[in-house]
Design a protein around this ligand. Structure first.
Ligand code: ADP
Ligand code: MG
Length: 250
């Protein structure tokens, strides 16, 4: 495995009906760090996210995860790779409790490995689910129905569901979209905590939001990689400044 990258895109391009949503993007994501993919609306961030998460394959180029070429891997194979995503579309069972939602996700991963009939495997699922809820800060909401949770708590629960598979890499697309400033603060702290045990990549169009918490920043613009570096590198980058100039919400 390439020690300086847990996942890497090599000259990746994606076209939609001839339109270049991504063009020749080569990025190395470092293990154990929080990397944010930023760029104005339409930059290609979600397309990049969808490619890392296996939602679709690039037209050109390769994606290498932990030394393995995963380009074009089918979604059911992808589930085994150690990559998990949490994204804007709600993925919860609204009429189940927070604890049950995580438990169901844990059970799905246990059964995937053919262990679900074993009592020993099932035993302790509730304890494991409780531990996941603790990680995402929802211990006191364990027995509330998912639909009764506040928006920020639902997003935290989605992250809990994503964590059930013990991913090596967690991908998040605009995790604070639609959140209040208070919820955003809580989510940012949670993301920082998650990085202590795994690699996290998040996609975000608000540059200021990620500057304070990211280890590395990748900037996309019109489907191309325009900068990569530490938050300080990016702050000092003239091209990035120009691209973000005049944008209201950075
Ligand atoms: P971002 O997430 O940075 O706002 P996207 O990756 O969603 O940008 O989109 C990049 C560009 O690709 C946009 O111009 C968008 O209109 C186009 N695009 C994205 N998905 C599709 C699609 N499924 N079909 C056609 N065009 C698309
Ligand atoms: Mg997007």
């Amino acid at each position: 495995m390439n020690a300086d990258a847990i996942i890497e895109t090599r000259n990746v391009s994606k076209r939609f009906a001839g339109f270049k949503a991504l063009h020749d993007v080569s990025v190395k994501i470092r293990p154990g760090m929080l990397t944010s993919i930023i760029g104005p609306n339409g930059a290609g961030k979600s397309t990049f996210f969808n490619m890392l998460s296996g939602a679709f394959a690039p037209n050109d180029g390769q994606i290498i995860f932990m030394g393995q070429d995963i380009t074009g891997m089918r979604p059911h194979e992808f589930a085994h790779t150690g990559i998990a995503k949490s994204f804007q579309i709600t993925n919860l069972f609204p009429n189940f409790t927070a604890l049950e939602n995580v438990r169901i996700a844990l059970q799905a991963h246990v059964s995937r490995y053919g262990l679900w009939r074993r009592r020993s495997a099932l035993h302790g699922l509730s304890e494991q689910a409780a531990a996941v809820l603790k990680t995402v800060g929802l211990t006191d909401r364990a027995h509330h129905l998912a639909r009764e949770l506040a928006h920020g708590q639902q997003r935290a629960l989605e992250i809990g569901v994503a964590l059930a598979g013990q991913p090596k890499l967690l991908l998040m697309d605009e995790p604070t979209a639609g959140m209040s400033p208070e919820e955003t603060k809580v989510m940012m702290a949670l993301i920082r905590k998650l990085v202590e045990e795994r690699t996290v990549v998040l996609v975000e169009h608000k540059m200021k939001m990620v500057m304070g918490i990211s280890d590395r920043i990748v900037v996309l613009h019109h489907g191309e990689l325009i900068a990569e570096g530490t938050p300080d590198d990016i702050r000092a980058n003239d091209l990035v400044k120009r691209v973000y100039l005049g944008q209201g919400d950075h």
